[in-house]
Design a protein around this ligand. Structure first.
Ligand SMILES: Nc1ncnc2c1ncn2[C@@H]1O[C@H](COP(=O)(O)OP(=O)(O)OP(=O)(O)O)[C@@H](O)[C@H]1O
Ligand SMILES: O=C(O)c1ccc[n+]([C@@H]2O[C@H](COP(=O)([O-])O)[C@@H](O)[C@H]2O)c1
Length: 200
C-alpha cells in the first residue's frame, strides 16, 4: 500500500520549514510521498491577509523542490472545508493509499476546536512535528490529553499503518523557527511573484 503524509496548511507563503518537516516525516515514518494540501481557507483563521490560493500554491511549488512532495489544491476541487471531510473524501477517492496527517506542534493546542475533531482523529493517525516554543503547550493541550493513552512509542514510527485508531506520535526532529508570519512581515509583497491566477 502506498503511504502518504498529508500536511494541510495555509502556506501563506510556503517556506523551508514545511519542506524540512516533510522530509523528516518521510524518513521517520517511511512515507512514499507527502501531499501539501494548500487550504482554500482555514476555518479558524481570518481571511484578512490571506493571499490568493493561486499565489499560495505557487509558493508551495517553489518551496517543495522534492520529487515526492506534492503541493495540491485538492480541497478546493473536492469542495471540502473541514479536515474531517477532506480526509474522508481522500480515503474514498484513494482506497489504495494509507494516509497519516502531519502537523507542527503549534497546531495541537487548537485541534480540539476543529470541526468533529474526535471523528477526525478516528479517521487516520497523526504525527506531530516539533516546533520551537510550542512543544510544551502541545503536550498539555486538550486534544493531546484526550489522546495520550493512544500515543505511540517512537520505535513504532514506521509501523503506523498497523496502529489502532486513534493514534498519535510526536516526532522530535531538529527544530526550525521559520514561519509564514515572519516572511509576510519581511516581504509583504511576496504574493505578487506567484499570483498568476492559475491553480491548474
Ligand atoms: N517552523 C515550523 N516547524 C514545524 N512545523 C511547522 C513550521 N512551520 C509550519 N509548520 C507546520 O506546517 C503546517 C502548515 O503551516 P502554515 O502554512 O500555517 O505555516 P506557518 O508558518 O505556521 O504560518 P503562520 O505563521 O501564518 O501561522 C502546520 O502544520 C504547521 O504547524
Ligand atoms: O477542520 C477544521 O475544523 C480545521 C480547523 C483549523 C485548521 N484546519 C486545518 O489545519 C491545517 C493547518 O492550517 P494552518 O492555517 O494553520 O496552516 C489546514 O489543513 C487547515 O485546513 C482544519
Amino acid at each position: 500500500m502506498k503511504r502518504v503524509g498529508i500536511l494541510g496548511g495555509s502556506f501563506n507563503p510556503a517556506h523551508a520549514a514545511h519542506r524540512h518537516i516533510s522530509v523528516e516525516a518521510m524518513r521517520r515514518l517511511g512515507l512514499d510521498e507527502v501531499w501539501w494540501l494548500v487550504s482554500p481557507q482555514n476555518p479558524l483563521k481570518s481571511p484578512a491577509g490571506m493571499a490568493s490560493l493561486a499565489a499560495r500554491l505557487g509558493s508551495a511549488r517553489a518551496a517543495a523542490r522534492h520529487p515526492r512532495i506534492k503541493p495540491l489544491a485538492i480541497e478546493s476541487e473536492m469542495r471540502t472545508r473541514f479536515a474531517v471531510d477532506t480526509v474522508a473524501a481522500l480515503q474514498r477517492r484513494f482506497p489504495e493509499i494509507a494516509f497519516i496527517w502531519l502537523m507542527g506542534a503549534d497546531i495541537v493546542p487548537q485541534l480540539h476546536r476543529w470541526h468533529r475533531w474526535r471523528d477526525f482523529m478516528r479517521l487516520l493517525p497523526i504525527a506531530v512535528l516539533a516546533r520551537p516554543r510550542y512543544m510544551g503547550g502541545a503536550l498539555i493541550s486538550p486534544a493531546m490529553v484526550w489522546a495520550r493513552r493512544w500515543r505511540q512509542p517512537i520505535g513504532s514510527a514506521r509501523r503506523w499503518t498497523a496502529w489502532k485508531l486513534p493514534a498519535i506520535i510526536v516526532l522530535d526532529i531538529r527544530q526550525t523557527a521559520l514561519s509564514a508570519t515572519a516572511i509576510r512581515a519581511a516581504d509583504p509583497d511576496w504574493a505578487s511573484r506567484y499570483d498568476d491566477g492559475t491553480i491548474a
